[in-house]
Every structure is written in C-alpha cells, then in structure tokens.
Write a protein that binds this ligand. Structure first.
Ligand code: GP9
Ligand code: MN
Length: 431
C-alpha cells in the first residue's frame, strides 16, 4: 500500500513545474479571499444580452490591471459538483468518478490542504456559506482540512426569514453583507473562501431582485440564468465596495472562480441560441465547460493568459503567488504561471483538452478549429494524443488511489501540516 505512494510520488515529481520567478511570492503575506461564483461559466464574461452587459462588475474585475485571468480554464468536476470544485482547489486532488470525496472521505482521510498549509505560515482560515453546515459534509471536512472557522447559515442575522432565502440558501446580497463584516474582524493575515449560492439551478429569483430580462431560447430551464447571474454580479459589486471601505481590497489577493457549468450539455439548442450559432459542435461543448479563474494581486501587473488549465491547477498556482514551497505536496495540478506547464486538462470522464487537441469519447478534434481528425492517419497527432491519454489516465487513476486508499497517511509526518482543528466546534455560541 505505502509502495503505491512511491510510484505516485514519482509521477508527481516528473510533472513538477519550476516556479515563475517573476510572479513567485508576489502575494506573500497578503490575505486571501477565494470568491466562489456558483454555476458561473466563462461565456458570461463580457456577454451582452438585451443591449447590456450581464455581469458588469465581474467584467470590470476581469479587466482590472492587477487581475491575472485565464481564458482557457475548465471546470473538472464530476458528481460532486461544488464539492469536487472545493476539493480540487484546496487539495489539488481529483474528485472520484462517482460520489463526492468530501462526503465519503472528507472527514477522515489525511490531506495536504490550503488552509492547513497557510496556518503554518501564521494565517487564520475561515469558510463562509449561507446554507446548513452539513451540506456536502462541509462541517466535518473543513475541520479535517484545518479551517479555524466555518460561518454557515446560523451565523447570519434572520437567516431563516423566508424573504432572505432562495434555492439552496441565503440570497447572495444578504449573505455577503454579513460576510464582509466577519472578514473585517478576522485576525490578519487570513485565508478565506466565500461560497455564493443564488446563481444555482433552477435560477429562481424574486421579482424585486430582477434587473435584466430573461433570455429567449424557448428553454424554460435556461432563460432565468442571466437574471441570477446578474444578481450575483450585483452582489459581488456590493461586496467589492464593502472591502474597499474596510481596507481589505488592497490588502488581499482576491480569487474569483466558477465551480461548474450552469447550463448542461443537454440543452444544446438553447446553448446554440445563446452563442448565436446554428449548431453546437463537439469542441463548442468542450469550450462550454470553461469557467472563470482570475486572481487580483495588488501591485502585480495582470493580463489575460491563454494557458490551458483547470481547477486542479489552482492550488499550485496560488501557492506560487504566495511564495510557499509545495515540493513535498502530492498534487495533480501544475502552476499555471510556470512556463513548464503541460497544458493537458483532464475531465473526470477521461475526456481531455489541450491547446492542440480535444478528446470526446473515442473521437479527437483539433482544439482551435473543431475539425475531427483520425490519429491513425496523422503520426504527429497520434504521438501527442497517446501522450495526453497516458497522462490523463495516470493522473486520474493515481489521484483515485490516493483518495480511496487514504495514501497520504503514509507521508513523512513533517510533510503534513499538523491538524489543529480536528476537534473544534463550529457551533455558534449562544452567550
Ligand atoms: C449547497 C451548494 C450547492 O450548499 O453549495 O452545491 P451544488 O449543487 O452546486 O453542488
Ligand atoms: Mn455548485
């Protein structure tokens, strides 16, 4: 069993990227705020509908001179949806092919996590979410991952007022107002993640919060998406203003990311209408899995990068910016700011995309044109494709072994941040 880990370490070491010296440590010692954009797809950025930008505040963040953004960044979640995104972001391990790792292993396995790693650097950590703490087994998982605080629904005033809720939890504007207050009081530097929820299927919103018309795709399950996305955007705008007012904005590395698609591939004709095309191709649908990943580091020159990557790459990328050595970490992602990046993006079902080729089932396409290719008749393509297939199979398979065999418990003790939070309680004290 522990010998499996040796083989996996070898794979991880082979794929280790050298840090980019121009960006390494540029956010050292800064607060970290990870802002989770629920069900938010890349296509929404700069998207116009009914003569307006749908998400003007998030667009402005995307184009901010201090924001580094990635426009070939994909969600890689499986059945665990939000939970898989959280897992990849904070451990650089993949979700399993079925079920959710947070639900099945989150409270018990040994992990090397963002909050625990940063706790060693003197950071306080806190997670925020306007739903009950048991959803996706967050309460047990966060304790095991090293979170000092978990502010869930009961921490917010009048959280059970029906007017304050829609779908899975508190309305984003109300939730974020309370969150900004808590953030202001945390000891600094802190590491935090803020999980929004209103832009979630079925995209319901009360009339007074509607500020843009529904789209007209004739697909009722799709057309409300721009309305809740707009609401999320306004909520983000208010949050941004609060952080500017309390001084955290320019004192923090702020990360925005979308966790997974909002409109599934089952809605092909609606997708075509939203994209303004007649028909969506296989590569259009792969592009449809793109989500935002953007990082604003005060004082660091930003820009929109075209490197291919996904959620599994977030942790190595952020650790690089924070100037933290992750050499002893068993991680399946790479630092997107490193020039050594392989740029192979595995999806949980074994499909993948690279800057050159895209795999969908047993078919292959040229990523940039969508043209179908036959690798048997194209030796150069065949080499790259074989290479990607091998890499993806290993990465997913090894990650599964780590998770299902709880292999990180065999690591040298010094390579696992000590857990200080396993037995704490996140219950709000009533005193
Ligand atoms: C629930 C919320 C939704 O608390 O995070 O999770 P999802 O359905 O997107 O996985
Ligand atoms: Mn989600």
């Amino acid at each position: 069993k522990s010998s499996d880990l040796d083989q996996i370490k070898e794979f991880v070491n082979e794929n280790k990227t050298l840090a980019n010296s121009a960006t390494f440590g540029k956010a050292k010692g800064k607060n970290v705020i990870i802002f989770h954009l629920e069900s938010f797809q890349q296509f929404l950025l700069d998207y116009r509908w009914d003569g307006q930008e749908v998400t003007p505040n998030i667009n402005a963040f995307y184009h901010d001179q201090n924001t580094t953004a990635f426009d070939n960044f994909y969600n890689q979640v499986g059945q665990g949806k939000t939970a898989d995104a959280e897992l990849m972001l904070e451990t650089s391990l993949f979700g399993t092919s079925s079920g959710s790792v947070m639900s099945n292993y989150g409270g018990t396995n040994t992990f090397q996590t963002m909050p625990a790693q940063l706790s060693q650097e003197g950071y306080t950590s806190a997670a925020f979410h306007g739903d009950v703490p048991s959803f996706w087994n967050r309460d047990n998982t966060y304790k095991n991952w090293g979170y000092d605080y978990f502010f869930s629904k009961s921490y917010y005033k009048n959280a059970d007022n029906p007017d304050y809720n829609v779908g899975y939890g508190m309305k984003d504007k109300i939730f974020l107002k309370g969150t900004a207050n808590y953030l202001e009081k945390l000891p600094q530097p802190f590491y935090s993640k803020v999980i929004t929820v209103t832009n979630h299927y079925p995209y319901d919103l009360d009339e007074q919060n509607v500020s843009i018309n529904k789209t007209q795709t004739d697909d009722g399950t799709v057309d409300g998406y721009v309305q809740t996305a707009r609401y999320l955007d306004q909520a983000f705008g208010e949050f941004e203003q609060n952080l500017k007012d309390n001084g955290l904005w320019d004192n923090s590395m702020i990360v925005l990311y979308g966790d997974h698609y909002g409109i599934s591939e089952n809605h092909k004709s609606a997708i075509a209408k939203l994209l303004g095309t007649d028909k969506v191709t296989a590569t259009d649908l792969t592009n449809w899995q793109k989500v935002p990943f953007m990082v604003r580091v005060p004082g660091m020159e930003g820009g929109i990068k075209h490197t291919y990557g996904g959620e599994i790459d977030v942790m190595p990328t952020l650790l690089g910016l924070l100037g933290i050595d992750d050499d002893q970490q068993i991680k399946f992602g790479q630092d997107l700011l490193s020039s050594q990046n392989k740029q192979i993006v595995p999806f949980r079902n074994g499909n993948w995309v690279t800057s050159e080729y895209t795999r969908v089932g047993s078919s292959y396409y040229v990523t940039s044109t969508g043209t179908k290719i036959n690798p048997k008749q194209d030796p150069r393509a065949k080499m790259a494709i074989d290479d990607a297939n091998k890499y993806v199979e290993k990465a997913l398979g090894y990650s599964d072994k780590v998770v299902q065999g709880n292999l990180l418990r065999f690591l040298d003790k010094k390579d696992i941040p000590k857990n200080q939070t396993k037995n704490i309680s996140y219950k709000k004290s009533t005193s």
